[in-house]
Ligand binder design. Structure first.
Ligand code: MUC
Ligand code: MG
Length: 366
């Protein structure tokens, strides 16, 4: 069970279709594969997706912080010493996806060591999740066509619509076009990635009031403290805190301050250990949870499903598990398959995936 090595391997896989949203754009998955090896020859894996516009991390920065600071602090620990690992990594502020990937690779290695899946170790609530697909910025007709393709090809019926453009009417037109095209057959919610002011958000939500949205997410910045509280107070749908609420303290501040009424849990930024804390807090505060996507590849998506399927609260809503569909390739020996709008937990120990050595050799950048 003792960790003998922690590796950080950068790789780059292009997207067939870049994802555009209010805070940025992702055209290539420039992620970092984290591998944790133990003295028993077990290898745990996870991926860290740098999102400079959200958390300030870069691919080179993740490799550097893991190699220079984190790997030396983790090497020598037993796989069960996750709280020790957390305390040591938290001596360094920030770097959420680097820390999360180390945590998940430790869980993967632990599952493989004891011969159990991570979902079973965490709670074992179900073996599948409904899938929600994210629609990035485009013309209304193109976004409707993409939703149509996702329904026809993968059976997906829940869509998160990226909003936050100016004028707000642009995005209102997209959501209206989706509702008109699909009627009650789809669930819709919106995510602004902090693109609007509180007043613009309120105006947009008034214009969307008849479209039966499930949620509104991060429409304006949490730093607009009073404005966001004013906005959330007038909405009749739950307001999801995503990038504004990473730690339990962030969640507590946002919710008790009246600036959020639901949360997104992203294993890419809180790992399994931190996501458990967020989940338990959400239960205590009575918050809805959506399993979010950090524009993950298949490895990251397998981590999201492993965690989301473990608990009732995280399995209730459709989970954001489909961004990998837009990548030109991936690293797994067996690709994930979305069928009838659902993704199943991978059978097998740990996260249940294997990295294809040829693909890794092809896509690694150092
Ligand atoms: C999301 O839910 O916001 C886009 C930016 C980010 O940090 O995550 C993605 C998806
Ligand atoms: Mg979001």
């Amino acid at each position: 069970m003792k960790i003998t090595e922690v590796e950080a391997i950068p790789f780059a896989i292009p997207y067939a279709k870049p994802l555009k949203f209010a805070s940025g754009e992702v055209a290539t998955a420039e992620h970092v594969l984290i591998r944790v090896r133990t003295e028993d020859g077990v290898v745990g894996v996870a991926e860290a997706p740098p999102r400079p516009f959200t958390y300030g991390e870069t691919q080179a920065g993740i490799v550097a912080v893991v190699e220079s600071l984190f790997a030396p602090q983790i090497t020598g620990l037993r796989l069960t010493e996750r709280e020790v690992a957390r305390a040591r990594l938290d001596r360094t502020v920030g770097n959420p996806t680097a820390k999360a990937a180390i945590d998940m690779a430790m869980w993967d290695a632990f599952g493989k060591t004891v011969g159990l899946g991570v979902t079973d170790l965490l709670g074992g609530y179900t073996d599948r999740l409904r899938v929600s697909h994210m629609l990035g910025f485009d013309e209304p007709a193109a976004m409707v066509a993409e939703a149509e393709r996702m329904m026809a090809t993968h059976g997906i019926r829940t869509f998160k619509v990226k909003v936050g453009r100016r004028p707000v009417d642009l995005d209102v037109a997209v959501v209206r076009a989706l509702r008109e095209a699909f009627g009650d057959a789809v669930e819709l919610y919106v995510d602004g990635n902090r693109g609007w002011t509180p007043a613009e958000s309120a105006r947009a939500m008034r214009q969307l009031a008849d479209l039966d949205l499930l949620f509104a997410e991060e429409l304006c910045p949490a730093d607009d403290v009073l404005g966001r509280r004013w906005l959330v107070g007038q909405l009749d749908v739950p307001f999801i805190a995503d990038e504004s609420a990473v730690t339990p303290a962030d969640i507590t501040r946002e919710v008790l301050g009246g600036s959020a009424t639901a949360i997104s849990i992203k294993t890419a930024r809180t790992g399994f250990t931190g996501s458990q804390r967020a989940h338990h807090l959400a239960e205590g505060l009575g918050l809805e949870v959506v399993m979010g996507n950090q524009i993950d590849g298949q490895l990251g998506t397998a981590c999201t499903i492993a965690f989301g399927a473990a608990h009732q609260r995280t399995a209730h809503r459709a989970a954001e598990l489909s961004n990998f569909l837009d990548m030109t390739d991936d690293l797994l020996t067996e690709p994930l398959q979305i069928r009838d709008g659902e993704l199943r937990v991978r059978p097998g120990a740990g996260i249940g995936v294997e990295i294809d050595p040829d693909k890794l050799a092809h896509y690694r950048t150092s």
